[in-house]
Write a protein that binds this ligand. Structure first.
Ligand SMILES: [Zn+2]
Length: 369
């Protein structure tokens, strides 16, 4: 079985926030936050179709130009989602450069920027090289719910969080799908064609192995056809890629509203990538800066019953001692007595639902799936 997403913390767990989520088999990727991107190869930046910006603190937003330089002369639209103010911020960033040479590019990038506002409002505008990134008309609309993108193979949700400034948490989800191995298809002497859709539908419907599948394809000598049992094709050329949900949370205060919104995205998720900047002993610092502690991050993972948690955004004050943050988070995630945080004042009962799968804690700067 393959994973739907391959996740990489571009700058590791202690550097600027930037999570590269490669959509396996889709030739594209989602980038969560724009901390410095110098560590990301241009060929990977070229796969970015969607950018999700949590908020505009420098360490989450300073890498924008590194992306811009790679995609500038490309005929593509990159969708960028951010909190209130993102359109203006991006327009000002782009307006700080001279674009007199924009006309010399045969092709150019466009950014379709979507703001998710507190209370369900949305604002959208497109900034394009072809227009020298001049501020475009802003479209305002209401959007009930937290969905910001829905495709057959990918959905993205966003919820506003309080970090003293507007901030967003995100969930990326891919449904279960069927992958066809073309090289194995060729080895069996079969060609590609619309019949592969029938095959995928039969696999997803759980049809019997004896179900006949009519393979029909165009060859140089004319149309060819063979009828094979579904079981043979299922064993030889098909792989089922399970659905997966990844939730990205940074930066936020320990408040009842934040806890509720994070849990609304993260309950039952496969992977929770979450900030864990401070030890519980330094909780006063975390409160003052509107951040979580490692204990609170692990407690959220415990309440949400995620399968695994990846902590990051470690404060440099713990350099050489990051294992302490990981240990505190691990104890809370496992729900050890006395290791979890008390719910914030006013929070609804966040007791976890019974765990369906065995929990596994992964702490890594580079993980698959
Ligand atoms: Zn911040």
């Amino acid at each position: 079985m393959r994973s739907a997403f391959e996740l990489t913390l571009v700058n590791g767990p202690s550097g600027d926030p930037a999570l590269f989520a490669d959509l396996v088999g889709a030739g594209r990727a989602v980038l969560c936050d724009l901390g410095t991107l110098v560590g990301l190869a241009p060929r990977k930046l070229l796969r970015v179709s969607d950018v999700l910006v949590s908020h505009a603190h420098l360490d989450h937003f300073c890498g924008f130009e590194e992306l811009l330089r790679v995609v500038l002369g490309r005929a593509r639209t990159i969708r960028l989602v951010g909190p209130e103010g993102t359109i203006d911020r991006l327009a000002h960033r782009l307006a700080s450069y001279s674009w007199n040479l924009a006309g010399s590019y045969r092709e150019g990038v466009s950014f379709e920027v979507l703001e998710v506002l507190e209370g369900g409002g949305r604002r959208r505008a497109t900034l394009a090289l072809a227009d020298r990134f001049r501020p475009a008309p802003v479209e305002c609309f209401e959007a009930p719910g937290d969905l910001v993108r829905e495709e057959a193979r990918l959905s993205i949700r966003a919820v506003p969080l309080d970090h003293d400034v507007p901030c967003l948490a995100f969930a990326l989800a891919k449904p279960r799908h069927v992958q066809i191995w073309r090289n194995r298809l060729e080895a069996m002497g079969l060609g590609t064609g619309p019949w592969l859709r029938t095959l995928k539908e039969a696999v997803l419907a759980g049809a019997a192995d004896t179900t006949p599948i009519r393979a029909r394809w165009r060859a140089p000598e004319g149309v060819e056809e063979r009828i094979l049992p579904l079981g043979t094709l299922r064993n030889e050329v098909v792989e089922i890629v399970p659905g997966q949900r990844v939730v990205y949370v940074t930066d936020c205060a320990w408040t009842a509203a934040n806890v509720e919104r994070i849990l609304s995205l993260a309950r039952g998720a496969d992977t929770l990538v979450i900030e864990a900047p401070f030890l519980d002993a330094d909780r006063a610092q975390a409160r003052a800066r509107r951040h979580l502690t490692a204990r609170e991050a692990g407690t959220l993972a415990h309440w949400a019953r995620v399968r695994r948690v990846i902590p990051f955004h470690f404060s440099p004050r713990y350099a050489g001692r990051y294992a302490l943050l990981e240990a505190e988070l691990r104890a809370a995630f496992e729900g050890r007595p006395g290791a979890t945080a008390e719910p914030p004042p006013g929070a609804r009962d966040p007791s976890p639902t019974p765990r369906e799968n065995g929990g596994a804690l992964t702490i890594s700067s580079e993980v698959s799936g």
